[in-house]
Design a protein around this ligand. Structure first.
Ligand SMILES: N[C@@H](CCC(=O)N[C@@H](CS)C(=O)NCC(=O)O)C(=O)O
Length: 342
């Protein structure tokens, strides 16, 4: 009876309640293997992150991270089912088991990490909240935004960050909440809102698809830390390990100079013990993760190292045009730092 009450309380709080006792460690890895495809939750459509191209192929950093995980599991980056989700839908999809992992510009926060039956894995992108406004509004800082109408997406960190930022500045704003970011983008272009508030990478992504991108500016100020991480269910450490070490492996490969182009050659000729371990010359790492020795080799061949992934999807030569900044390697002053892979 008590157990039932607790379960229904947890369910009401949106916490996933596994059937019977907590799922067995490794259950997700086994289930995904048996199914033969990874079910990966992504955004419904943001340039540079997850957006279907004219052939219907999902493109972007989040989509490619899904492919990288599939490559680690199956040696085949095509073994992914992409599940497009809005910000509001994303955690339920994970809790209910509809997806195996969520890779959808999701900010790692204390509450999300601890109390929703989930675990935030490790940052693959460091971002921050910003505002985009019309250029001719002559806004330089938030102090010029008093009384403005700000378009926001419900269920995002950006809702709270915007409220905090205006309150801290002693200013008023009028929130307009629309679940689909595309609706916010249209509202800004049509003048139905004065600003959009979301993560800076998302603002760059939205603007890259505007008809007149130069009519809009992204303010320089950042109002929060928004580290993006993959999210998994809380009850499965083995699965968590796989996802975490794929992220680390991408960063480590960049630091070691292993790319999609040279991985094949390095695997046979490199004498560097770190590179040999990464590419599976010994089974120490893959055994620990219960994966095939070529797991990271297959990831790198499929999506490249972290730097390749970044440059291809959101980097300076893409429509988003984002410099590495915090997302550069620690050896170059950024925050990307893999734990030792040994
Ligand atoms: N990092 C934020 C979410 C950022 C985000 O999702 N922003 C936009 C991207 S432009 C979005 O997709 N919004 C609404 C939607 O399409 O569901 C969070 O974790 O809460």
């Amino acid at each position: 009876m008590i157990r039932r009450t607790i379960l229904s309380m947890l369910a009401a709080a949106g916490v996933a309640v596994g059937l019977g006792s907590a799922a067995q460690a490794g259950a997700t890895l086994d289930a995904v293997r048996q199914r033969g495809t990874l079910s990966c939750g992504v955004n419904v459509g943001v340039a540079g992150f997850s957006l279907p191209d004219s052939q219907g192929v999902w493109r972007g950093m989040d989509a490619d991270l899904c492919r990288g995980i599939a490559a680690a599991l199956f040696g085949d980056p095509t073994k992914v089912r992409f599940v497009p989700l809005t910000a509001v839908q994303r955690f339920t999809a994970l809790q209910s088991g509809e997806i195996d992992v969520l890779i959808r510009q999701t900010t790692m926060t204390l509450v999300r990490d601890t109390s929703l039956g989930m675990r935030m894995v490790h940052p693959y992108l460091y971002d921050g909240h910003g505002f985009m406004v019309r250029r001719d509004a002559n806004v330089r800082t938030i102090r010029d935004m008093n009384g403005m109408t700000v378009c926001l997406s419900p269920g995002t960190t950006n809702e709270m960050v915007t409220a905090d930022a205006f309150r801290t500045a002693g200013l008023q704003f009028r929130p307009v909440l629309q679940e689909r970011m595309q609706d916010n983008a249209q509202a800004l272009q049509a003048g139905r809102c004065d600003a959009i508030g979301t993560d800076a990478t998302q603002l760059a992504a939205l603007r890259s698809q505007f008809n007149q991108p130069n009519d809009f500016v992204i303010l320089d100020e950042r109002f929060s830390k928004e580290p993006y991480g993959p999210v998994v269910r809380r009850d499965d450490q083995e699965w968590f390990d796989v996802i975490r070490w794929v992220v680390f492996g991408l960063i480590e490969a960049e630091e070691l100079g292993v790319t999609s182009q040279n991985a094949e050659q390095m695997r046979t000729t490199s004498q560097n013990p770190s590179i040999r371990r990464l590419l599976g010359a010994s089974a120490d790492l893959s055994d620990a993760l219960k994966l095939r020795p070529s797991w990271m080799f297959d990831v790198l061949r499929a999506i490249g190292n972290y730097g390749e992934l970044y440059e291809r999807t959101i980097g300076q030569n893409t429509p988003l045009g984002l410099p590495r900044g915090n997302n550069d390697l620690w050896t170059r002053g950024g925050l990307m730092y893999s734990w030792p892979m040994r």
